[in-house]
Design a protein around this ligand. Structure first.
Ligand code: PDD
Length: 277
């Protein structure tokens, strides 16, 4: 499989970067994960806009214009065997002798690859996910889609160790998000998400779920939800490029609502499938 690295397309196994790359040394970079269905990237414009917002926080100029990103992605997808893919994009500040200060005057390292999408296993989709909760010990710049992901790795491992699907995070008792997905609380016909801000990554599914709610006749709101409000929810949902929208039916061993994927999940999942085409 080919990948894109600094202007060239090469087989993934041949792609090499310097050990002095600031992405390797400092995690000084940003990334995107774009789902592709039947060869069509879903919400690519929104992903590229978020990439720009992340890059702006790092004071790195986007090395490619939108049309160039479209061309890179099209070329990667042309070589991709399966119709459903995940496109991964990463930009780091570039290669320089180690110094914490933002190095200027160097070329960023630009990387992209496409990989077959692994759908959520049917059994997990049917039963819903068991999750565990943890204190949100990550940093205060969660709105940047940064490659500095140690916080996410440590948070995710808590659920791996518990044989669970995701780790739902609370900061000072308030729901933020999960280790690599956003969390939605359902009460009646209302879908409630964490307000946008530095404690959450604004998933591209924020906008998509708002639209799907409108289409499904559900109310959509962003407001803080306390821990007891999450456990008392009628339904709980996760969303991400890879999970799409997924029901959470257990949290810390306690059932959420009736303990099975609920009607709001079913409506949003069906609407999500229609939005793919
Ligand atoms: N993760 N919150 C966090 C911390 C995330 O890492 C992600 C995505 C999301 C959901 O964002 P979106 O709807 O744009 O996928 C929320 C990606 C999939 C990843 O790191 O692989």
């Amino acid at each position: 499989t080919p990948c894109y690295l600094n202007g060239e397309f090469t087989p993934l196994r041949d792609a090499k970067i310097s050990v002095l790359d600031r992405g390797f040394i400092f995690g000084d970079g940003v990334y995107e994960v774009v789902p592709v269905y039947g060869g069509h990237p879903l919400r690519l414009a929104q992903h590229l806009a978020r990439l720009d917002r992340s890059l702006a926080e790092l004071r790195i100029a986007n090395p490619l214009a939108p049309a160039q990103w479209h061309a890179v992605i099209a070329r990667l997808l042309m070589a991709a065997p399966a119709a459903d893919q995940l496109v991964y994009i990463q930009i780091t500040r570039g290669v320089a002798l180690r110094d914490h200060a933002m190095t200027t005057g160097i070329a960023p390292t630009v990387f992209a690859m496409a990989q077959p999408m692994k759908p959520v296993p049917a059994g997990l989709r049917a039963r819903g996910a068991a999750c565990v909760s943890a204190d949100d010990f990550r940093w205060q710049k969660g709105h940047i889609k940064s490659t500095s992901l140690l916080g996410a790795v440590l948070a995710r491992q808590i659920s791996v160790d518990a044989d669970a699907t995701e780790t739902v995070l609370f900061r000072d008792g308030w729901l933020t998000e999960a280790s690599s997905s956003n969390v939605w609380v359902v009460r009646g016909d209302e879908v409630i998400g964490t307000p946008k801000g530095p404690h959450v990554l604004e998933g591209i599914r924020y906008g998509l779920i708002e639209e799907l709610c409108e289409e499904a006749g559900l109310r959509f709101a962003l407001r803080p939800v306390a821990r007891q409000g999450v456990f008392a929810a009628d339904e709980l949902l996760l969303s991400s490029a890879t999970k799409e929208v997924l029901a959470v039916t257990q949290l810390d061993g306690q059932p959420i609502g009736k303990g099975v994927p609920g009607p709001v999940y079913e409506r949003l999942y069906a609407a999500y499938q229609r939005a793919k085409v």
